[in-house]
Design a protein around this ligand. Structure first.
Ligand code: PLP
Length: 368
C-alpha cells in the first residue's frame, strides 16, 4: 500500500512530524531489552511533563484512546458505584456506556451539543447525589469542538469528595492542562491528536488516591488486558520487568520522539501556537462568511467546528478538498452529521502553511 501524502486537518489522526515517522523505522529491539526499558522510563517522565504531574502511575497503554477510557472506568469503578457523567457530545455518551457495562449507575448531566459542560448543573447533581464516587467528563469534546472548564469541574468534585475521570484525548498538548494543580485523579489521552504521533497508544495517569481505590477494590477488575495492576509490573522501574504483553516497540519509539519534540518546544509554547493558528483560521473563515458553531470563549483551538454554508454539498466539498488538494477535513459527528465540518489544527498540523492551504482550498471548493 503506497498512500498519498495527505494533509490531515480533521479530528485526528493529525499530520505526523517527519522526525516521528523517521523514529518509527528504526531497528526493532526486544520489548524487554534493557535499552528499550530505559527508553520506556524516559517516555514515562516525558508523559509526566506533558500531563504536568508527578504521578508515578503515568504510562502509555498499548491501545487507542478508547482503551484509555475503558481502562480508567474498569479499574476504578465497581458494580453498584454511582458515577456522575457529563455528556455534551459523543465521547461523554461513551463514558456513560462504559459505566453501565460495569454494572454501575451513571447519573448523566446533559449540556447542549456545541457547548462546554455546564458547571452549575454539575454542582446540582453532586449536591443531589452525595453518594456519587466519581465525576467523569471530557475536557475537549472532539465531536463538537467545545472546551470545558476542567479546573472548575475538578474543584467541584473535590468539594463533594468525588474522584475525577477526565478524557484528555484531544486536549493533551493543545490546550492548558495541569493534572496535579487541578487535582485530576484519572486521565487518559491519545497519541494521534495534538501529540502528532501514530495512532494506537493511550497515555494515562492515575493519582495516588486513584491507585489506592484500585488497590482496595472489593471485586476483581473484569478486564485482564486493561487491569493496570498487571500492566504496572511491566512498566514499573523497580526490580525485574515481567512480561504482560508484547509492547508496540516501534510505535513507542515514535511516541518517545513526539514527546521529545513537545518538550523541546515547551508545553506553554505549544498551547500558544495552537491558539495563534486558530485565530488565523478563524479570521480567514470569517472573511469567507463561514460561521463557528461553538461560542468564542468555549472553542477548542485545535478543533474548529463550523457550519456548512447554505447550498454547499457536505460530501462533495470534502471530496473536492481531498482530490484536488490532498486535504482532509472532518465531517460532522452524531447530532452534527451533515450540518458541520470539523477543521483540526492538531500538533504538527497547527502551522501557517496548513491554515493558508485550508482557507484557499475551501474558498476554491465552495466557488466550484
Ligand atoms: N475521546 C475523545 C474526546 C476522542 O476524540 C476520541 C477519538 O477521537 C476518543 C476518546 C477515542 O480515541 P481512539 O479513537 O484513539 O480510540
Amino acid at each position: 500500500f503506497l498512500p498519498p501524502r495527505r494533509i490531515l486537518m480533521g479530528p485526528g489522526p493529525s499530520d505526523i512530524n517527519p522526525l516521528v515517522l523517521n523514529a518509527l523505522s528504526r531497528p526493532t529491539v526486544g520489548h524487554l531489552d534493557p535499552l528499550f526499558i530505559n527508553m520506556m522510563d524516559e517516555v514515562k517522565s516525558l508523559l509526566q511533563y506533558a500531563f504536568q504531574t508527578k504521578n508515578a502511575f503515568t504510562i502509555a497503554l498499548s491501545a487507542p484512546g478508547s482503551a484509555g477510557m475503558e481502562a480508567c472506568f474498569v479499574n476504578l469503578v465497581e458494580p453498584g458505584d454511582k458515577v456522575i457523567v457529563c455528556r455534551n457530545g459523543v465521547f461523554g455518551d461513551r463514558m456513560k456506556q462504559n459505566v453501565e457495562r460495569i454494572g454501575a449507575q451513571a447519573v448523566v448531566v446533559d449540556s447542549p451539543w456545541g457547548r462546554a459542560v455546564e458547571t452549575e448543573k454539575v454542582a446540582d447533581a453532586l449536591a443531589q447525589h452525595p453518594d456519587a464516587k466519581f465525576l467523569a467528563f471530557v475536557h475537549a469534546e472532539t465531536s463538537t469542538g467545545a472546551l470545558s472548564d476542567a479546573e472548575a469541574l475538578c474543584k467541584l468534585a473535590q468539594q463533594f469528595d468525588c474522584l475525577t475521570i477526565v478524557d484528555a484525548v484531544t486536549s493533551l498538548g493543545g490546550v492548558e492542562l495541569r493534572v496535579d494543580d487541578w487535582g485530576i485523579d484519572a486521565i487518559y489521552s491519545g497519541s494521534q491528536k495534538c501529540l502528532s504521533c501514530v495512532s494506537g497508544l493511550s497515555p494515562i495517569s492515575f493519582s495516588e488516591k486513584a491507585v489506592q481505590v484500585i488497590n482496595n477494590r472489593k471485586t476483581p477488575i473484569q478486564s485482564w488486558f486493561l487491569d493496570q495492576s498487571l500492566v504496572m509490573n511491566y512498566w514499573s522501574g523497580d526490580g525485574k520487568r515481567s512480561y504482560h504483553h508484547t509492547a508496540p516497540v516501534n510505535s513507542l519509539y515514535a511516541l518517545h520522539e513526539a514527546l521529545l519534540q513537545l518538550h523541546k518546544e515547551g508545553l506553554e509554547n505549544s498551547w500558544a501556537r495552537h491558539k495563534a493558528q486558530h485565530k488565523v483560521l478563524a479570521n480567514g473563515l470569517a472573511k469567507l462568511g463561514i460561521e463557528f458553531i461553538v461560542p468564542e470563549e468555549e472553542r477548542l483551538p485545535q478543533l474548529n467546528t463550523i457550519k456548512i454554508p447554505e447550498g454547499a454539498d457536505d460530501a462533495k466539498v470534502r471530496s473536492y478538498l481531498l482530490n484536488h488538494y490532498n486535504l482532509e477535513i472532518g465531517a460532522g459527528l452524531g447530532d452534527f452529521a451533515g450540518n458541520a465540518w470539523r477543521i483540526g489544527l492538531m500538533g504538527y498540523a497547527a502551522r501557517n502553511e496548513n491554515v493558508a492551504l485550508c482557507l484557499t482550498a475551501l474558498e476554491d471548493a465552495l466557488s466550484q
